[in-house]
Design a protein around this ligand. Structure first.
Ligand SMILES: [Zn+2]
Length: 533
């Protein structure tokens, strides 16, 4: 047995972890005894539970490939016959070698290497899956007491025999037999082994669930389903990708609220930036009942996702302007309220999120702190309340956009005059000559956009001293916040045909931000150690 386990333990941390969890009976689940000798379980007949992993031989095409598929088809099942007599490890090695021989029996000139590698991987996984299932099913030490405390009510849950369940693993479909404990009070039961191995409630193995989390954070659930099949040979229906990714995201959503330790203890950069922004995400009709919005009839189609992002900008571009440091960016985003009244004792939900993110980044310990935003009042309310010492900067990208909107209103979109006027005002803004910009706006006071823009610039005057900010080496417009919104929110949640629930959007946002911020591995470790039930 030992030899069969070594590569698994060396290769995959998650396997190593789950196999090394102490058993409720005080034994270790990876004790290397011969399964034929173990406990109440190692008796003849356990083989019936070992289900051969169905291979996906239909996937590769071509005549030679078809022949190759037939050649390896005879392999399944030999392991079981040879296993008992010769020792499992020997049988396993022999089986793999004979499968490989069958696969590559043709002269090298005739090799279709893609077909061979695909088939070899499939067969190796199938055999490994059988080995793992055998080992688990032969070991019945999870039946270790007449009753165990029910994880729901803590009352007695009585042993009620063994139950088989099919799981989707990276080694293929695997039917596992587990001790089942039933609580009469809750009219429900549980299998201690599922919890120990990290199988939780679903039928996906921990490693498959991790893969679902990865694809679900990046692409649509449909594309995720396709990627899992094409890259890993794992079949997870689209609706299961959706459900499991959202479950995982919901776990991260809760986990994020509890984890406030600093991401790292490394020396902080001279300046840390914290950006705040909002962006609309299309929602299902049922999620918008009674909400007013920007549609002509006053209804809403979207809800606003609010984003906080933290980064450093120690590097400089050719012009000497600060640029965002690669790998320094973290994100946290959700559909949450940022509204709070002066009489409110508690921070708004989103302000709490900003506070947590700032704690993880040690934002307030940085020698210099700057909050960058688009000028919406909720942004400065949060900045002033949470970070009174931080500089407040209106993102120059947004200021330029406002100027451009006014120019279009005065001269018409796409006209040379509009472009020229925009360029002049943006140059003045960059030079810190706000008075010149305000004068130019005043001369078009009959135009609503010009009036609104003037008011906005006057209100935010102190936050637009771009000449001073630049002289102090501060970043004012890297469009980091804007691109952060696109990266963390838009690319995943604003694709055509996507309509979200608040819960679904927040779960996927949590999952995506966790991964983009480089926090997924730590989450996964915490999750594996967390008691379930
Ligand atoms: Zn109970």
């Amino acid at each position: 047995m030992r030899e069969a386990y070594v590569p698994l333990r060396a290769d995959r941390r998650s396997w190593a972890r789950t196999l090394l969890v102490a058993h409720p009976c005080g034994r270790w689940q990876n004790d290397h005894q011969d399964y034929s000798l173990c406990g109440p379980g190692g008796h003849p007949g356990t083989d019936r539970r070992v289900q051969a992993i169905p291979s996906n031989r239909e996937r590769t095409g071509g005549n030679q490939r078809t022949a190759l598929r037939r050649a390896i088809g005879a392999g399944g099942g030999r392991l079981e016959r040879g296993g008992k007599k010769r020792g499992f490890a020997e049988a396993f090695a022999t089986e793999i070698l004979s499968e490989i021989d069958a696969l590559v029996g043709t002269p090298i000139d005739g090799w279709d290497f893609e077909a061979i590698e695909a088939a070899a991987r499939r067969e190796a996984l199938r055999l490994a899956g059988m080995a793992v299932a055998r080992r688990l099913n032969a070991e019945e030490s999870d039946h270790c007491a007449i009753s165990l405390p029910c994880p729901r009510c803590a009352g007695p849950a009585r042993y009620a025999g063994r139950r088989d369940k099919a799981f989707t693993t990276v080694l293929g479909e695997m039917t596992l037999s587990r001790a089942y404990y039933h609580c009469e009070h809750c009219a429900a039961g549980f299998c201690p082994r599922d919890q120990k191995l990290g199988f939780r409630d679903g039928r996906l193995s921990p490693h498959v669930l991790r893969m679902v989390g990865i694809v679900g954070s990046r692409v649509s659930f449909q594309e995720g389903h396709q990627m899992l099949a094409e890259l890993a040979g794992i079949e997870v229906a689209t609706k299961h990708v959706e459900r499991e990714a959202e479950h995982l995201g919901a776990e991260i959503l809760q986990d994020e609220k509890l984890v406030l330790e600093a991401d790292s203890n490394a020396q902080l950069p001279a300046t840390l930036y914290l950006g705040l922004d909002g962006t609309g995400v299309p929602m299902r009709v049922s999620e918008l009942v009674g909400r007013s919005g920007k549609q002509e009839d006053g209804s809403a189609k979207t809800r606003e996702v609010k984003l906080v992002t933290v980064w450093s900008a120690q590097g400089r571009d050719e012009e000497g302007m600060p640029v965002r440091d690669e790998g320094s960016v973290t994100y946290s985003a959700a559909i949450e309220s940022a509204a709070s009244r002066d009489t409110d004792k508690e921070l708004s939900e989103f302000a709490k999120r900003v506070d947590r993110e700032a704690q993880r980044r040690r934002f307030q310990q940085a020698p210099r702190q700057a909050v960058i935003g688009d000028g919406a009042p909720w942004i400065w309310n949060i900045a002033s309340e949470l970070f009174p010492d931080a500089l407040q900067i209106v993102d120059r990208y947004h200021a330029n956009e406002r100027v451009s909107t006014v120019a279009k209103a005065i001269y018409g979109p796409g006209t040379e005059l509009a472009e020229h006027w925009t360029h002049q005002r943006c140059t003045e803004l960059k030079a810190g000559n706000l008075d010149a910009v305000l004068t130019a706006l005043s001369s078009h006071f009959s135009i609503k956009e010009a009036r609104e823009c003037k008011k906005y610039f006057q209100t935010n005057r102190n936050r637009m001293r771009y000449d001073k900010f630049h002289a102090a080496g501060l970043c004012t417009s890297s469009a980091v916040v804007e691109s952060g919104c696109k990266r963390a929110v838009g690319l995943r949640l604003k694709q055509g045909g996507m309509f979200w629930t608040v819960a679904g959007a927040n779960a996927i946002l949590a999952l995506r931000c966790c991964r983009l911020s480089g926090r997924f591995e730590n989450f996964w470790e915490r999750r594996a150690l967390r008691p379930t039930g």
